[in-house]
Ligand binder design. Structure first.
Ligand SMILES: Cc1ncc(COP(=O)(O)O)c(C=O)c1O
Ligand SMILES: [Zn+2]
Length: 387
């Protein structure tokens, strides 16, 4: 389609697009997909989007698959942007929104990334896919691999929410539970992948999950009628969604769909695992590994992210910030959002609410701004956390 090449996000080295690649061959950092955006916008006009399908493939021209026959789709994307009126009233905010990603296939925003990544893996000839996961990425990969007819191998910490383990088993994945964290699972995939013939679909260690996730940015712009919000509050683990949205904003600006204005990007982490918050506060470009990572919000239990510098760049360039909330706060927020809005959030998504309260108290967000909270997943997958 319109892909021109892959480009290293750190050293900008160009890589060929039509090959199965993981990281930059020079510096080992993530690769990003680059497009001929002039060509893309020749057939994709923002006015013409209204008639397109209600899934993320409506942005087909800026997605990487060459042949439509390789698209692996379960109906991901085009999730509701809910106006949180009752919650907003409690906070004194009129323009408060929840982007409800729990309404995706496999009930989380991970479906977006995996739809794109599995489509590309299929197109470029991978047979067996492997991933370390905190839970939701595993459930999404298992589903999309099944839909594509590919084998998939999943490695998760042994205290991952049970729903994530069961959903992978029931969609035909090979599941291994490991003592330790997602980083230990990632090391196991890296150690075995060559001998086993696995393609590693770890977050940001292949170029395409971020392409699926970037549609969050396209959707927000379209749902807000091409006027981006003032503030985006996003629960950050590996950071793919935040990095993807930031990339989408740049692409849309290049196509003339939006102007220079960017939302302030706010990263929320759990106080038991907050490597990005710490690096932001210390003014560092890369984040050190966070020791003894622990939180019930399993998707935020990512002690070291390979895309750390991309998350931190986006936060800083946007004038945003990074802050942590406690498990107590984010669990209480799940019930508060649920009772006020009828959305049973994943604890990761619920973390946005105490973060917003702290931002208001610190004067970093004004009550008359347009604010989006990201509910990245479904609370129903975390029953252990609520018992
Ligand atoms: C529900 C949920 N929210 C947020 C995250 C963090 O996502 P990202 O890697 O895009 O920062 C995850 C990752 O597992 C998740 O499952
Ligand atoms: Zn590089």
């Amino acid at each position: 389609m319109n892909v021109t090449h892959l480009e290293c996000a750190a050293c900008y080295l160009k890589h060929e697009a039509r090959r199965l690649l993981n990281l930059c061959r020079e510096c080992g950092k993530p690769l990003l997909v680059r497009y001929d955006l002039e060509r893309a916008q020749a057939t994709m006009k923002k006015e013409s989007l209204a008639g397109r399908g209600a899934d993320l493939w409506r942005y087909r021209e800026v997605l990487p698959v060459d042949d439509d026959a390789n698209i692996v789709s379960l109906g991901e994307g085009w999730t509701p942007l809910l106006q949180a009126q009752r919650l907003g009233k409690k906070l004194g905010i009129e323009k408060l929104y929840i982007k409800d990603e729990s309404q995706n296939p496999t009930q989380s925003f991970k479906a977006r990334g995996m739809s794109a990544a599995v489509s590309m893996a299929k197109e470029l000839g991978a047979q067996k896919l492997a991933v370390p996961s905190a839970g939701n990425a595993a459930g999404a990969l298992a589903a999309y691999a099944a839909c594509a007819g590919l084998e998939c191998y999943i490695f998760m910490p042994d205290d991952t929410p049970r729903a994530n383990v069961v959903e992978c088993e029931q969609t035909g994945a090979h599941v291994t539970l490991m003592a330790g964290l997602i980083t230990d699972c990632g090391a196991e995939v890296a150690r075995r992948k060559e001998a086993e013939g696995w393609f590693d679909v770890s977050t940001l260690k292949e170029p395409y999950r971020v392409e699926g996730k970037k549609t969050l940015g396209y959707e927000l712009a379209e749902q807000f009628n091409w006027e981006l919000p003032d503030v985006i509050i996003y629960p950050t683990g590996g950071g793919t969604g935040l990095i993807g949205m930031w990339k989408a904003f740049a692409e849309m600006q290049q196509m003339g769909w939006i102007g220079l204005k960017r939302p302030r990007m706010v990263t929320v982490q759990a106080s038991g695992c907050a490597p990005i918050v710490r690096a932001f506060a210390e003014g560092k470009r890369f984040a050190d590994e966070f020791p003894d990572a622990a939180t019930v919000a399993s998707g935020l239990r990512v002690p070291k992210a390979i895309g750390d510098f991309l998350i931190l760049d986006a936060i800083r360039e946007s004038g945003g910030t990074a802050l942590a909330v406690s498990d107590e706060e984010l669990l209480a927020a799940t019930r508060e959002i649920g009772a006020a809005e009828g959305v049973f959030c994943a604890p990761e998504g619920a973390a946005c609410l105490p973060a917003l309260r702290k931002l208001l108290a610190a004067g970093k967000v004004d009550k008359d701004e347009r604010i989006v909270l990201f509910n990245t997943g479904a609370g129903v997958k975390y029953l252990e956390a609520f018992s």
